[in-house]
Design a protein around this ligand. Structure first.
Ligand code: SF4
Ligand code: SF4
Length: 166
């Protein structure tokens, strides 16, 4: 058992075809876990399992994520401005969708709504709001607290798991 390795193995259960090659090559037995997931505490990060998996179901993940790159404040401001304009566009498109009786038109409007959402996601990522370990994400999560007890519980769990590294 080692918690000092730089990486640990993660098995994607949706991709795993359960042929069990990883069980034979793991020197610590970390892959043979009743939960179906790899036992992180036993993993020494050798990578044997990932290399042997024919389904590419195993990824080696870093235990400590690198710090995010500094973003220019002016760029972030513009990205937020753009994201706001996309949100406005989505609101308008949804109104048009509600009023439309034409199937082709509806499909087109839905595609536009979807593409706007994807663009917002990209812009948030560029503004460092998509990295779970970023301080921005941490602040965002804390800001979402206090509206619903159920959501607060989930946020608290996330805050406990996500170590901020700026
Ligand atoms: S080798 Fe890959 S596909 Fe086979 S059990 Fe292990 S993770 Fe699943
Ligand atoms: S990386 Fe090595 S120690 Fe960790 S689960 Fe895979 S084979 Fe086992």
């Amino acid at each position: 058992m080692s918690s000092k390795s730089e990486k640990y193995a993660y098995r994607d259960l949706k991709v795993c075809t359960k042929d069990c090659l990883c069980l034979f090559v793991c020197p610590t037995g970390a892959t043979d876990n009743e939960t179906g997931q790899i036992d992180f505490s036993k993993c020494i990060g050798c990578g044997n399992c990932a290399a042997s998996c024919p389904s590419r179901a195993i990824s080696m993940l870093p235990r400590i994520y690198p710090k995010q790159k500094e973003k220019n404040k002016a760029v972030i401001k513009e990205l937020f401005y753009l994201a706001d304009s996309k949100i406005e566009q989505i609101k308008i498109l949804k109104c048009l969708l509600d009023r439309s009786n034409n199937d082709d038109e509806k499909r087109f409007l839905k595609a536009l709504i979807h593409s706007n959402k994807v663009m917002i996601e990209d812009m948030m990522r560029e503004s460092s709001y998509m990295l779970p370990q970023s301080r921005n994400t941490n602040k965002l999560l804390i800001g979402l607290k206090g509206k619903d007890k159920g959501i607060d519980k989930i946020i608290d769990k996330l805050l406990n798991k996500l170590e901020v590294n700026d």
